[in-house]
Design a binder for this molecule. Structure first.
Ligand code: SAH
Ligand code: SF4
Length: 396
């Protein structure tokens, strides 16, 4: 494999054509800067003004969370009505919000076509993390993952991906007051792409949405506060560094191909060795930007001392931390969570080998908000209805 190249700005700045909505107006949300700039010119913004207008509109929408052109008071009235004629500022719809006893919030978000995705906000002492989805369902079928039991319905658009962040900031009242510069003390300080879907199978939309999240004039989250989790789509890993630049987490979960084939079937395409070589070449490797290896603890499947020792041998030379995830059970799941003393013993071996090995505390368990438990509510309701009808006692 050739070494991945550095940032490729031409890929990032190529104007993509703005999608036109049913009433002919373009949704600004989710458009990369260059595409929005072009759309503003097409709508009649004089070219000599376009950079300034773009900056102003961007700031209203992404820094202050404004959804109404008429509130953009530093734009002339006529220009605001021109914007109104050509554009909309449209987010997916927030359908429900559940609050866990531990403060975790789970949102159900409806996107075009009536599909639904789940989004989870996890408050901690030093941060507030939003776990967002990149697809409805998933094409992959990891055997321990609830989302994996649901077929892929469709990829989310960039608007629907960044829209999840914007909806959560609405709910958390996390937008700075218009006119002020607010990047400190955010309730939503980190994003993880660990909800539904495989982000690297929806690369362009994920990239465009995360570029918006990182843009300094808008939401302005540092790239170090965004983590993309992949099951191991090897050909897209180098692009993640060069085109997005966020942190990377790998759903590793096993230390032999035989077990990983069963748990994470994409391993049959790109096995452990191929994956590790791609990671060794990941261009931003440094101690401050370690790759997170996620490892779900499944009782009697991947949790022996020998597994822990193999794991540290396999990743030798890669600046890494290992995140142990106690399996989050879901109805009819074919696995059980490893016992706590087993998880602790596994963690100790990794720790003694020099790696940080935090055990992820299950959050929001009372509202089924934990990693890998997300599944669209419509799909769940459909299954539950089917279940109820088979459980009905016969009256004959
Ligand atoms: N598709 C991506 C991101 C979404 S899954 C990926 O697979 O990495 C986010 C993380 O949750 C992954 O590490 C995944 O393996 C893990 N996960 C899935 N189901 C789980 C479960 N039931 N319990 C614990 N972790 C789970
Ligand atoms: Fe898809 Fe990730 Fe679940 Fe695997 S773990 S089925 S890749 S969402």
């Amino acid at each position: 494999m050739t070494a991945p190249t550095a940032i490729t700005p031409d890929v990032l700045t190529l104007p993509r054509k703005a999608p036109v909505g049913a009433d002919g107006r373009i949704n600004i949300v989710g458009l990369p800067r260059m595409a929005l700039q072009q759309a503003l010119i097409d709508a009649g913004t004089p070219e000599r003004q376009v950079k300034m207008r773009l900056g102003q509109i961007w700031q209203w929408i992404y820094h202050w969370g404004v959804r109404d052109f008429s509130a953009m008071t530093n734009l002339a009235k006529e220009y605001r009505s021109l914007l109104e004629t050509h554009f909309v500022i449209e987010l997916p719809e927030l359908v429900t919000r559940q609050l866990s006893a531990d403060g975790t919030r789970k949102y159900l978000v409806r996107i075009a076509g009536g599909h639904e995705v789940e989004v989870v906000y996890i408050p901690e002492d030093d941060r507030g993390t939003l776990c967002i989805s990149s697809q409805v369902g998933c094409t992959l079928t990891c055997s321990f993952c609830h989302t994996g039991t649901q077929k892929l319905v469709r990829n989310l658009t960039a608007a629907e991906i960044i829209g999840q962040v914007m909806l959560a900031r609405d709910d958390l009242e996390d937008w700075p007051l218009p006119g002020t510069r607010g990047v400190e003390n955010r309730r939503l300080s980190n994003i993880v792409l660990m909800g539904m879907g495989e982000p690297l199978y929806n690369f362009d939309a994920v990239r465009d949405a995360m570029k918006i999240a990182m843009d300094g004039e808008g939401i302005a989250l540092s790239r170090r506060r965004i983590t993309l989790s992949t099951s191991g789509v090897v050909p897209e890993i180098a692009r993640t560094a060069s085109e997005i630049g966020c942190l990377l987490a790998i759903s590793f979960h096993a230390t032999t191909d035989e077990v990983r084939d069963r748990l994470v079937p994409i391993n049959k395409k790109w096995n452990i060795n191929t994956l590790l070589s791609a990671l060794r070449e990941y261009p931003k490797l440094s101690n401050s930007e370690r790759i997170t290896f996620e490892y779900v603890m499944l009782k009697g499947v991947n949790d022996t001392d020998a597994d822990a020792r193999r794991l540290v041998q396999l990743i030798a030379g890669i600046p890494a931390k290992i995140n142990l995830i106690p399996f989050n059970e879901w109805p009819d799941a074919p696995y059980q969570r490893s016992d706590w003393d087993r998880i602790q013993a596994f963690s100790d071996i990794i720790f003694r080998a020099g790696y940080s090995s935090p055990i992820r505390k299950p959050r929001g368990e009372d509202i089924m908000a934990a990693c890998g438990q997300l599944k669209s509510a419509t799909e769940r309701a459909r299954r539950e209805r089917a279940q109820i009808s088979t459980d009905q006692p016969s009256h004959q």
